[in-house]
Design a protein around this ligand. Structure first.
Ligand code: 3AM
Length: 199
């Protein structure tokens, strides 16, 4: 199966992001809102026994919850051509820390290190020869996009089935993160088995 680790997004936020989409950019294949996610680590194709090891490694990871804010839009390019349009995430040390822990856990079970720098983003559209001027106008028009901060209380192991039009992503396993002090008593009861907070 083809796997990646990511963060799924609250539905209100998906709706807000979906409102950015437009028919005005030829060559843009817009990601449907049910597929919006923030990738923490792409894994790729693995046999079932590897998937089990990966699940065990991620289950053993003690991560901390965080608050995330999406902000700004931009493009990724390859060979001088724009390939993806995305919504960015504000710099967030806790997110980087979590990503780092996941990377370490996956390397420990034998995955090759990810060489690319972590650039947290939510892909809005994949691009095939989209006109540069249209992309620049889109980025300019939406660069002030900023979401409300939202709590990230778990991360997810997704499987992805490549499709002709769109891939189908399935949340296979959700891994709870230790709750933020500000959530205690508000969003869910304290779990006796959760690690205490150490900031
Ligand atoms: O989160 P985004 O949409 O940027 O592009 C794929 C998607 O990224 C990326 O993994 C995410 C979940 O599918 N992806 C696909 N193939 C990849 C590869 N070979 C890849 N990332 C790195 N290497």
């Amino acid at each position: 199966m083809r796997l990646f680790v990511g963060i799924d997004l609250p539905w209100e936020l998906r709706h807000r992001i979906a409102a950015l989409t437009t028919t005005g950019i030829q060559g843009a294949r817009w990601v449907p809102p049910e597929n919006y996610h923030l990738t923490l680590r792409f894994i790729g194709e693995v046999p079932p026994h590897r998937a089990e090891e990966i699940d065990l490694a991620l289950s053993a990871l003690r991560g901390k919850g965080l608050e995330l804010t999406l902000s700004g839009v931009g493009t990724f390019s390859k060979g001088g051509r724009a390939t993806a349009l995305w919504v960015g995430a504000e710099k967030n040390q806790r997110l980087e820390h979590l990503q780092n822990k996941i990377e370490t856990a996956l390397q420990r079970v034998g995955l090759e290190p990810e060489r690319r720098r972590f650039q947290p983003h939510v892909t809005l559209a994949r691009l095939d020869y989209a006109p540069e001027a249209k992309l620049a106008a889109f980025v300019q028009a939406h660069n002030l996009f900023r979401s409300e901060p939202f709590p990230v209380e778990h991360f997810t192991l997704f499987s992805s089935q490549l499709g002709k039009e769109q891939s189908v992503y399935t949340a296979e396993v959700e891994y709870e993160l230790a709750q933020l002090p500000s959530w205690s008593g508000l969003t869910r009861p304290t779990q006796a088995d959760e690690a205490p907070w150490r900031w």
